[in-house]
Design a protein around this ligand. Structure first.
Ligand code: GDP
Ligand code: ZN
Length: 348
């Protein structure tokens, strides 16, 4: 009798196979199946990533085998490591060794925010930090919009709040600069990894651990953690609007603090309601200038004077908007903003 189609999430890739974790257990309680790819799928060149949701057919429950018939559309794909459907990016920085660099931390947070996943902030090596520094950073992070956690992989009890957060359904990836203790945290959170490292530490198999693909491990039902840390270099967004969206403290500005002009960069423009009275303003400005300078380098030869190019204003650069957009921004956006302020949800 033909099996009805099944659905599952790819948790590990091997050369010609992948492990798929079923969204519902099989008839004998099977949780995962070793799957091949159907020829047609393989020929179409459609890549399967860890984290992808797939449909299965040709299921052989007794052998624990099946074939991937189709890959469902994915969201929130992380390039490094290649993981699809990431729901949580945890940015890790150490309280000491190396000490926190607020600009670097902000750049990592921006990179994480761009993924569209929920972003968590974890301060590692809390055992080296001292309670005053820990409290200072937790409070500072709160003002930035992050309910951060301080952990030490040397103190298992300190990991519990993080473990709990990572036990919520979804797929989490740890990211951050190298040397902050990400691998130590992953090893502490996934006991199976220590066992596997021990199992492959024999001389013949030494290379295997370093070259294998990313693999997902369940910390709780439906809660997966990637065993490989994500990006360890920050990437800035391409335009100022995207940058602003990466600052939770800007996203949550109340409606009565809207700037006069919709394209306000919060750099001292007239009618700016955000101003500079917030902790990360200088970090935001620095990042903005960097982004604009990069955009200018990219833009200048081909598109001088067109929409999306930049102009120098005093000692800073600003995007130069196309003429039609400039008019729209000064008149239309102002009217629109006024209308929204005066009549938030109904027709005037
Ligand atoms: P990664 O590059 O972010 O993966 O960092 P690792 O996990 O490789 O750790 C880098 C160094 O920091 C290693 O020497 C670890 O032993 C050390 N380390 C990691 N976590 C802790 C911690 O919680 N406390 C202390 N004191 N050292 C740590
Ligand atoms: Zn503003």
């Amino acid at each position: 009798m033909a099996e009805p189609p099944r659905r599952g999430q790819v948790v590990a890739l091997l050369a010609n196979f992948c492990w798929v974790s079923l969204d519902q257990p099989g008839p004998a309680g099977q949780q995962r199946l070793l799957c091949t790819r159907r020829t047609r799928l393989a020929k179409s060149g459609q890549a399967i990533r860890v984290g992808d949701w797939v449909q299965l057919d040709g299921i052989d429950w007794a052998a624990g085998r099946a074939a991937v018939a189709a890959v469902e559309p994915s969201q929130r794909v992380l390039e490094r490591p290649p993981v699809a459907n990431v729901s949580r990016v945890v940015v890790v920085v150490a309280l000491a060794e190396p000490p926190i660099d607020p600009l670097q931390l902000t750049r990592f947070l921006i990179t994480a925010e761009q993924s569209g996943a929920a972003v968590d902030l974890v301060f590692s090596k809390a055992d080296l930090g001292g309670p005053v520094l820990v409290q200072q950073w937790l409070q500072r992070a709160l003002a930035w919009g992050y309910a951060a956690m301080a952990v030490s992989s040397r103190e298992p009890a300190s990991l519990e709040p993080l473990r709990q957060r990572l036990s919520q359904p979804g797929l989490a990836v740890l990211c951050g600069p190298s040397g902050v203790g990400k691998s130590s945290l992953i090893n502490a959170l996934i006991p199976a990894l220590e066992l596997r490292v021990a199992a492959v530490s024999g001389r013949l198999q030494r290379g295997r651990h370093t070259t294998r693909h990313v693999e997902l491990f369940a910390l709780a039902e439906g809660a997966l953690l990637a065993d490989t840390p994500g990006f360890n270099r920050p990437v800035l967004p391409a335009d100022p609007t995207a940058l602003m969206a990466c600052f939770p403290e800007l996203r949550t500005a109340p409606a009565d603090r809207r700037c006069q002009f919709g394209d306000c960069l919060h750099q001292g423009e007239p009618g700016c309601a955000v101003g500079s009275g917030w902790d990360r303003h200088s970090l935001y400005s620095q990042t903005l200038q960097e982004l604009l300078a990069a955009a200018q380098r990219f833009d200048a030869p081909a598109r001088t004077g067109s929409a999306g190019s930049l102009r120098q204003r005093g000692n800073r650069v600003e995007p130069r908007l196309a003429a039609q957009y400039r008019q729209q921004s000064r008149r239309g956006q102002r009217q629109q903003a006024d209308a929204e302020l005066n009549h938030p949800s109904q027709e005037g």
